[in-house]
Ligand binder design. Structure first.
Ligand SMILES: NCc1cccc(Nc2n[nH]c3ncnc(Nc4cccc(O)c4)c23)c1
Length: 232
């Protein structure tokens, strides 16, 4: 998160850190007791290794009550996701067991009504992604409030040049923006997850490249189908 600030500890109890060998790779969030939603692109540099999911954390390294690392039983990228574009950039992770819910571990409701969030709505995004252009990685969770940018502005040829589909949304990226390691985290508007951070052009903090999110509502049926099948 560039230009943001340290979150108040454990006020975002749905936040997940997707880790490999103890290192934070991507964000994610708890959408059901045994399921975390993140971004499919997060599996690009994992060469087949399974993530572990850290729940209940504020600091990535310090001991904290209710902080727990979960093994993952299954990682299910959306079938339409691919390395060439940002389409369908969603990843469902089934935990080895149901997460123990408590003050620091809670499920975040997701938007199921497929209607655009009004431009200028102020939403919030959080993550353990880099906090400066040199790639400094924070130990604590950071957050940022950002206004939603209309798809028309985001699709302008000097911005994302008509690559933003109706299944994506944007927020202003002037100085304050998502960055490396924030992918997979939720964009929360009025207490509901409306989007999932996608890296897009990977540029951070440049107003010409607004932050891009995969909208969740268009994928509600896919998410429900995977969870129903996975819960057997
Ligand atoms: N703002 C959109 C966004 C959301 C999520 C991730 C991203 N960026 C990145 N995702 N993956 C990356 N691998 C290497 N470098 C990256 N960006 C980077 C790193 C240092 C300085 C800088 O100005 C930009 C990214 C960008």
């Amino acid at each position: 998160i560039l230009g943001g600030y340290e979150a108040k500890p454990h006020l975002k109890p749905y936040m997940a850190s997707l880790q490999l060998d103890g290192q934070h790779i991507c964000g994610g969030f708890l959408i059901a007791k045994q399921w975390v939603l993140s971004a499919a692109h997060c599996t690009e540099e994992t060469d087949g290794k399974m993530f572990q999911v850290l729940l209940g954390a504020h600091s990535l390294t310090e001991p904290e009550p209710h902080k727990r690392l979960y093994r993952v039983r299954a990682q299910i990228p959306h079938p339409g996701s691919n390395i060439h574009n940002n389409k369908d950039d969603l990843l469902l992770l089934q935990l080895e067991e149901e997460a123990e819910l408590n003050a620091h571990v809670q499920v975040l409701p997701v938007q199921r009504e497929d209607r655009d969030v009004a431009p200028d709505t102020v939403c919030e995004v959080a993550g353990w992604g880099t906090i400066n252009h040199s790639g400094r990685r924070p130990d604590k969770l950071y957050q940022l409030e950002r206004p939603v940018l209309s798809r028309d502005v985001c699709n302008h040829r000097t911005r994302h040049d008509h690559t933003i589909t109706e299944k994506m949304m944007c927020t202003d990226s002037r100085r304050k923006d998502t960055c490396k390691g924030d992918s997979g985290g939720p964009l929360v508007c009025n207490g509901v997850a409306e989007g999932v951070v996608t890296a897009g052009s990977r540029v951070c903090g440049n107003y010409k490249k607004p932050a891009i999110y995969t909208r969740i509502a268009p994928y509600a049926a896919w998410i429900d189908g995977v969870i129903a099948a996975g819960d057997g």
